[in-house]
Design a protein around this ligand. Sequence first.
Ligand SMILES: Cc1ncc(COP(=O)(O)O)c(C=O)c1O
Length: 509
Amino acid sequence: MVKYPAGTLLLTLKIEKGPGKTVSSQLQLALREMILSGRLEPGGRLPSSRTLARELGVSRTTVIDVYERLTAEGLITSKVGAGSFVSTAIGQDLPEEVEGPIEEEDEEPRHTPTLSRALVKASALISERLPHRNRCFTTALPAFDAFPMALWSRLMAKHWRSGRDIVMGYGDPLGYWPLRRAIAAHLRANRGISCEAEQIFVLCGAQEAFQLIGSLFIDPGDKVWFENPGAIGARNSLLASGAELVPLPIDRDGMVIDEGQRLAPDFRLAFVTPMHQQPLGVTMSLKRRFALLRAAERAGAFIVEDDYDGEFYYGKRPLPTLKSIDTKGCVIYVGTFSKTLFPAMRLGYLLAPEPLVGIFEKVVRSYLHGVASNPQVVLADFIEQGHFATHVRRMRKIYAERHQALLSAARKRLDGLLEVVPTSSGLHTIGHLPPGLCEAAVSEAAAEREITAAPIGAFSLTPLDQQGLVLGFSGTPPRDIRAGIDVLGEALESVGSGDAAEARKRAAV
Ligand SMILES: Cc1ncc(COP(=O)(O)O)c(C=O)c1O
């Protein structure tokens, strides 16, 4: 084989410009092919990046970038001040003759990634979660403006100054023990749940709990009772595990258990948000809670109780959690700090009924690595020193004010356009649209005006009779809520007049 000094050969390279392959990928492929085929002499000097760039009419940055990539592949070596050379190791590793040119790499990956059959089937029903843009009426956002930043920073700084093992080590995959202890104590004192720290598993949010539960307890085709409309994230996780969701309607007492008994008495799991139904805001009545527990006992099913915003109630104390009246160990209780504190912390937890503690422990210890230690240690202090309880009490007042601001502004401005329903707990409520107003169109008109008005249908697996909007109030101060209601009024009017114009056009035809 004829071996060429690099300078002569490289300058004969042809680089095509225009759409298709990038200049850098052409140059990289050509150089690699020349080196591996042995046409460029091992140990030979390559032209300087400046010379090659000038001769080929490409940018010097491109050449430098390609040289760096080939260096990373071990095909080129660089000596400071001396330049770049074809690696001498190449000749030793290569056979005498390399037949034919090295095939160009496809721009696209050659194999099409295939998903599991369960996921392919589920994809038809899986829908994206709603965006969490921090603007008026976005749901699920706590009041960032009222968070005690200075206190949190102090606690954080204290930990960074002490025990490096705690803030830098792997930590216990089940969760930082003082935090598990603090959460259990909080649940006993505030949610009426009798539990021990060993039953608490710290996870990166409630969403991880849903994913874990789906992967551990659901076989493809297992029936899962699911509130309809209901929580989008939990729904997606369960669908992805292969669950066959049984959408159950919600009435003023919560999920309609009789319908579940009729459609799927042999259900494997039920998912509920009893304290503040997501998204309708209904509180599940005590009678329904007992009916659900009895149904689960009969079917040998588990119930996932998602208590995502139940700490915030306005007025009288709320009903007991489902977990607190679960005498047979059917309920897996899931909590999150995304609403009580802030979502960027990515901390939530799962309270396992006693018979499941061993299973969760084994799984988490064997193939999950747990959650970042830093927020856990700070949060443990925050709860143990009483700041959490104080914060929740304070936020309850702030959210009650924001809720009132929403109701009174809506009463004044949205009469006949949207009937906003008062809620007794949580961080959002809903509004019913009058007949003929399309929720998706209103939501779009609101987004154009930089406010959020999520359509209830986005939470639903099947078409709903009633059109309405989900309105978050927790993340926005009262003055901005009042301004937002004016903007929502304009959005509703614009859609209303659009619909009326459309109807007039149709009538004229
Ligand atoms: C119904 C419901 N549960 C739980 C969560 C909290 O999820 P995470 O703890 O993963 O932030 C949310 C968040 O919006 C939610 O809507």
